[in-house]
Ligand binder design. Structure first.
Ligand code: ADP
Ligand code: MG
Length: 316
C-alpha cells in the first residue's frame, strides 16, 4: 500500500531521544516526559492556496510547516521536543514526500526534535504539524503578563515576508533575501528561551505586528503605544519599497514574520541589548504598554494606523 510506503519513508529519518519510549509505527507513540517540567503544545495547519501558493517547493512547505509551530514554542519560551505531522496529499508522490521531509529535517534535526507520529491521507494538499516542548513551571512567556510602563520590543525586521509576497502577487522580480524570509522563516527559539525571566509577555508575529500586539493588549487588559518611526528597516525592505506608507502597512499588518513581540520592564534594557548581541538577533524597542484597551500608533508625532490590522481567515 502506497500509504505504508510513504510512512516507512518518513519513519526512517527520525531523531532519537531518551524521552521517546516508542516512536512511529504503533497505534500511538509512548513518551516519558522529563519529571517536573510542564509541556507546551501547539498545532498549525498550512493549506495549499491559503497559506502557500500550490506550486511552492515541497521542501519549503516542510520547513515552513515546522517553523510556524516552532515559532509558537519560541513565543512560550518552551524547548522543542516532539512533533507529529498529518499530511493530506492529492496523490502518493514519494519524491514530493522526500523533498518535504528534507525541508522539515533541516529544522528538526538541529533542534533535536523527534518526529513521533502523524497521519497520511489522500485529499487536497494540506499539512498539519503539532509540536510539544518543555518549559520550567511558572516561566512560560504568556500573552497576559504585560504591565503598564513595560517597553514593547520586536525581534528582527517585520514586513519582509509581506514584501516578498507583494512582489510575487505583483508578478515582479523576486528579492532572494526577502523570498527566504517568506519561504524559510527562522523561528526565534533561542531568543524565546532566553526571554524567560526577562520578558513579562510574549507573542510570535504571525498575523501581523499590530494584530498580534493587540492580542497581548487584550490578554493583559492594557493598551499599547507604538512609535512607528522606531521600526527597524533592512536594506532589502527599503530597496523593495520607496513608499514609506506602503512599507509601514507591510510592517504593521503583513504577517508571516515569525518574529517575537514581547514586553519587558525598562530596567531590562541593558540586559536585552546584551542578549541581542549574544544571539545576533536585532531587538528593537518600538513602544510601551499603557492603560487602555488598544494599540495606537504614532508616526512623526501624529496618530497613524494601518487600514487593517492583520490577516483574518474568516474576515469579510
Ligand atoms: P492507524 O491507522 O493505526 O492510525 P497509521 O497507518 O495512520 O495508523 O499510522 C501508522 C504509524 O505511522 C503511526 O505510528 C503514525 O503515527 C505514523 N504516521 C503516519 N503518517 C505519518 C506521517 N505523515 N508522519 C509521521 N508519522 C506518521
Ligand atoms: Mg492513522
Amino acid at each position: 500500500m502506497a500509504e505504508f510506503a510513504l510512512i516507512r519513508q518518513v519513519a526512517q529519518r527520525v531523531v532519537a531521544r531518551p524521552d521517546v519510549v516508542l516512536g512511529i509505527g504503533d497505534d500511538a507513540a509512548l513518551l516519558h516526559p522529563v519529571a517536573g517540567m510542564q509541556l507546551a503544545i501547539a498545532t498549525d495547519t498550512l493549506n495549499a492556496g491559503v497559506h502557500f501558493p500550490p506550486e511552492t517547493a515541497p521542501g519549503d512547505i516542510g520547513w515552513k510547516a515546522l517553523a510556524v509551530n516552532l515559532s509558537d514554542l519560541a513565543a512560550m519560551g518552551a524547548l522543542p521536543a516532539w512533533a507529529s505531522v498529518a499530511l493530506s496529499l492529492p496523490d502518493a508522490d514519494a519524491a514530493w514526500v522526500e523533498a518535504f521531509m528534507q525541508g522539515f529535517d533541516a529544522l528538526a534535526v538541529p533542534a533535536q526534535l523527534a518526529l513521533i507520529g502523524g497521519d497520511t491521507t489522500r485529499g487536497p494538499l494540506s499539512v498539519t504539524v503539532s509540536v510539544v516542548g518543555y518549559v520550567e513551571p511558572g516561566t512560560a512567556l504568556r500573552r497576559d503578563g504585560a504591565q503598564a510602563g513595560d517597553d514593547v520590543w520586536v525581534s528582527g525586521v517585520p514586513g519582509e515576508a509581506a514584501a516578498a509576497l507583494a512582489l510575487w502577487q505583483a508578478g515582479k522580480a523576486r528579492d532572494a533575501a526577502l523570498q527566504q524570509r517568506l519561504d524559510r522563516p527562522v523561528p526565534r527559539n533561542a531568543l524565546g528561551r532566553a526571554l524567560r525571566g526577562l520578558a513579562h509577555a510574549c507573542i510570535d508575529v504571525s498575523d501581523g505586528l499590530w494584530a498580534d500586539l493587540q492580542n497581548v493588549c487584550t490578554a493583559s487588559g492594557l493598551g499599547a503605544c507604538l512609535q512607528l518611526d522606531a521600526l527597524p528597516v533592512s536594506p532589502a525592505l527599503r530597496a523593495t519599497c520607496a513608499d514609506d506608507a506602503q512599507r509601514l502597512v507591510w510592517q504593521c499588518s503583513g504577517g508571516d514574520d515569525y518574529e517575537l513581540c514581547f514586553t519587558a520592564a525598562p530596567a531590562q534594557r541593558t540586559a536585552l541589548q546584551a542578549l541581542a548581541r549574544k544571539l545576533e538577533v536585532p531587538l528593537t524597542c518600538i513602544g510601551y504598554m499603557q492603560p487602555g484597551t488598544a494599540v495606537e500608533g504614532y508616526l512623526g508625532g501624529r496618530r497613524w494606523q494601518p487600514p487593517r490590522s492583520g490577516y483574518q481567515h474568516f474576515a469579510g
